[in-house]
Design a protein around this ligand. Structure first.
Ligand code: MRU
Length: 353
């Protein structure tokens, strides 16, 4: 299989058993793919944010596990499973907040456990490809469901990048925006620049431009002012982990957008597949929040922008409490004002995962 994602933008390419990743560190100035040939190389790429976004790092880990299985079987013969398990642990630990990574590793581990050595590589490959294809299908479904929730919006604001680049293709929040734009429900798409890594400026704006969707970039700090001016009717974001009670961890800055949205009567939508919902995380306080190096704050595009003696604090995710979320869109359905019972029902009701 070559291409699961039919969009112009492809973060992950799996062709004839080989994995390459669009190096998102260089966007929008360079479109460069990096060949990944081992679990070690994949874990390093995830840590360095060559590939990022909750579903995309899960899919990358799944393909990396196929590479790991192939390599460990070749190196160790029938004694391959111990080294393979170390590869799984390495991938699982590459980034802590997005639960899709652990979810994909757990699903691949189960397949490895259920297969003999003779069938395991084919089974791992089929599962990784399914994880990828299911993600794209979920995004299309969420696009339809989320767009249907939007009446006629003057403007919507998105944060970070929850598009093709962050997923198997099409995107979660950007999937809804794509679909709503195509349906004529949205007049203007605004993207917050998303300091310090600038996912909004470098990735979301680039991705929307590639798709021919006009985008207006704003400094993150302009959001409250523009809400007061009624420029947006909706804030639409993705998530890295949704806890069992509906609290949603997402890119730093999402929480303040949710507080501001409630204050100004702007609706707040979280779009996330059920692979992002973690029933083992009871509430937002239990989500591990990744902190990255202070250099991401004190520099911009490689240039020092703060005095070198200044310290920096760089938590890269925050948690939006469920009570600030008006709509949670999953591929299994839409939940208004999410809470524990309605989230559990996604997993236990008809068609539940
Ligand atoms: O640090 P990143 O770029 O991996 O953070 C990504 C986000 O926070 C996205 O909004 C989230 O993963 C949803 S992606 C569909």
């Amino acid at each position: 299989m070559t291409t699961i994602n039919e969009n112009k933008v492809q973060a992950i390419i799996w062709t004839r058993g080989e994995l390459s990743l669009l190096d998102q560190r260089h966007l929008p100035s360079r479109t460069e793919y990096l060949a990944i040939d081992s679990a070690q190389a994949a874990a390093a790429a995830i840590r360095a944010m060559v590939v990022r976004g909750a579903p995309a790092i899960g899919i990358t880990a799944a393909y990396a596990i196929v590479l790991a299985g192939r390599r460990r079987l070749a190196e160790h013969g029938s004694a391959w499973r111990e080294a393979f398990e170390q590869d799984l642990e390495l991938l699982s630990a590459a980034r802590p907040t997005a639960v899709n990574l652990r979810w994909a590793v757990a699903r691949m581990r189960q397949v490895a456990d259920q297969n003999e050595d003779g069938t395991v590589l084919a089974a791992l490959t089929a599962t990784a490809e399914s994880i990828h294809a299911e993600d794209v299908a979920s995004n299309h479904r969420m696009g339809e469901l989320g767009a249907a929730c939007i009446g006629a919006a003057n403007g919507v604001l998105t944060h970070c990048n929850a598009g093709s680049l962050a997923t198997g293709g099409y995107g979660t929040a950007l999937g809804v925006i794509r679909r709503a734009y195509a349906d004529g429900r949205i007049r203007e798409v605004y993207a917050g620049e998303t300091r310090p890594w600038l996912q909004g400026a470098r990735l979301t704006a680039w991705e929307l431009v590639q798709e021919g969707i006009p985008v207006t970039l704003i400094p993150d700090s302009a959001a409250a002012h523009l809400m007061r001016e009624r420029r947006f009717d909706w804030v639409i974001v993705g998530a890295d982990r949704v806890a069992a009670n509906g609290d949603a961890a997402n890119k730093i800055g999402t929480y303040s957008l949710a507080v501001n949205a409630r204050h100004h009567g702007v609706k707040f939508m979280v779009v996330a597949p059920t692979s992002t919902i973690d029933l083992e995380t009871a509430c937002g306080n239990d989500v591990p929040i990744e902190e990255r190096g202070g250099d991401e704050v004190t520099t911009c595009a490689g240039t020092q922008i703060a005095p070198s003696a200044a310290r920096a604090c760089n938590p890269v995710f925050d948690v939006t409490p469920a009570e600030l979320i008006d709509v949670l869109v999953t591929e299994q359905g839409v939940i208004r004002r999410p809470r524990r019972e309605s989230i559990e029902a996604l997993f236990t009701g008809p068609g539940g995962r």
